[in-house]
Design a protein around this ligand. Structure first.
Ligand code: MEV
Length: 435
């Protein structure tokens, strides 16, 4: 009961913090200190972050790392990644290096159409609605002119509006299914504004001249973007797949391809396989200020488009050439949203040479493919734990509050020993006993 409050959003930041610590924590000073520890000393920068969302009390840090040496379509990139999982940046860097000397990554945007829908009910005859739609369509377009003007200047806008009869799935249910081109913007605001205007026009015109009741249910973009797709690929002759701890290039190619095939047919494996891809994708999407939830939702829907959840990547050997590729839907922006607001996002985009949305789609897809390559390479050779635990070592040492000297000694020790939580505890105990 003591945890509920009305009018919380109207309190000042310090009043909010007082209420939180007083009602949820026994050690109020300790809680308050942690919250405040993450405030930025630059009050303008802090205010900027405070105003991104409602009820901000502090900042939540994630490491911002970089993976260098990515050769993409002949150009070299250092890719920014925001992620907490210890092995992701290391794995990306390893994969980048591996492919740097084998022709690098090729990436290409296949299509960039986005979709939004006005969902509505109609009680009359489908044919009456169809005729009405044809007469009202020019008005739907013309009444969005003030919204579409600047997007059209940039080469984007509304591509087409279609009336879809969905009454077989749900009684009285119809939709305006609309395609958009949003150029360098992710386009959510643009699309939603157009859709809400369509709904207003549709409703008004229906009241004036349509027989039967038309009721708008909702207007919203779709995060399913199977027509906003990018393809990323690597390839090299099988003999060049060297350096895979104890197995020959041919054996490596075979095991690798079988691992991909397993993910193509087995959903339990496919989910983990694709999760590894998203390790790379989300990290770059987040670093560049894009909406990772939208990307996640769209990607996983795409992974099930054949009716069963499957691998996003594919691999084959054709005429002695090993090929590994992925097609993935990505709705990304390099203008609008956080891209011009968040200083680190701006820096991330600068680091990438201020890419267009299409170029960013290519870079992000490559980060995903690289991540999957690194994961499968480890899984089919040494196993994943060797690399993971090495990277996790620092987390364990921090949990044990190791000093810089202890960290140095212990990391040197584990260069030649297998890392496990208990082995690290043992090693630090011994070291401390000696001291
Ligand atoms: C861990 O975050 C990701 C992996 O499990 C991906 C995979 O299994 O392919 C290593």
């Amino acid at each position: 009961m003591h945890n509920t409050i009305t009018g919380f959003s109207k309190l000042s930041k310090s009043e909010k913090i007082d209420w939180i610590v007083n009602t949820h924590f026994s050690n109020t000073e300790h809680a308050k200190n942690i919250i405040k520890q993450y405030w930025n000393s630059d009050s303008k920068l802090q205010q900027l972050h405070d105003e991104f969302i409602e009820n901000t009390i502090t900042n939540y840090y994630l490491p911002f790392g970089v993976a260098p040496n990515f050769l993409i379509n002949g150009k070299t990139f250092t890719i920014p990644m925001a992620i907490e999982e210890s092995s992701v940046v290391a794995a990306a860097s390893k994969a980048a290096k591996f492919w740097f000397n084998r022709g690098g990554f090729k990436a290409e945007v296949v299509s960039t159409k986005k979709v939004g829908q006005v969902h509505f009910n109609y009680s009359g005859k489908p044919e009456t609605l169809r005729q009405f739609f044809e007469t009202v369509k020019p008005k739907l377009i013309s009444e969005t002119e003030s919204i579409t003007k600047s997007m059209e200047k940039r080469g984007g806008g509304i591509l087409d509006i279609e009336l879809r009869d969905k009454t077989k799935d749900l009684e009285r249910y119809y939709q305006l299914h609309v395609h958009f081109e949003t150029k360098d913007a992710m386009g959510a605001n643009f699309i939603n504004s157009c859709l809400e205007q369509f709904a207003i026009t549709l409703k008004r015109e229906a009241e004036n001249s349509l027989e039967g009741d038309l009721n708008i249910i909702m207007s919203i973009l779709s995060n399913y973007v199977p027509e906003c797709v990018v393809r990323a690929e690597v390839s090299c002759s099988v003999e060049k797949l060297t350096g895979n701890k104890g197995i020959s290039p041919k054996e490596f190619a075979e095991k690798f391809i079988q691992a991909v095939r397993i993910a193509e047919v087995e959903p339990y494996r496919a989910v983990t396989h694709n999760k590894g891809i998203m390790n790379g994708i989300d990290a770059v999407v987040l670093a560049t200020g894009n909406d990772f939830r939208a990307v996640e939702a769209g990607v996983h829907a795409y992974a099930s488009r054949q009716g069963s959840y499957s691998s996003l990547t594919h691999a084959e050997v054709d005429n002695g050439i090993f090929k590994f590729w992925m097609e993935i839907p990505l709705a990304l922006g390099t203008v609008g949203g956080l891209t011009s607001l968040h200083p680190l996002v701006k820096l991330a985009l600068q680091l990438l040479g201020n890419p267009s949305a299409k170029e960013l789609m290519e870079i992000v897809a490559v980060a995903g493919l690289a991540q999957n390559f690194a994961a499968l390479r480890s899984l089919t050779t040494t196993g994943i734990q060797e690399g993971h635990m090495k990277m996790h070592l620092m987390n364990i040492l921090n949990q044990l509050e190791a000093t810089p000297h202890e960290k140095e000694v212990i990391t040197t020790h584990f260069k030649t020993h297998t890392v496990s939580h208990s082995a690290v505890v043992e090693a630090i105990k011994e070291l401390r006993a000696k001291a």
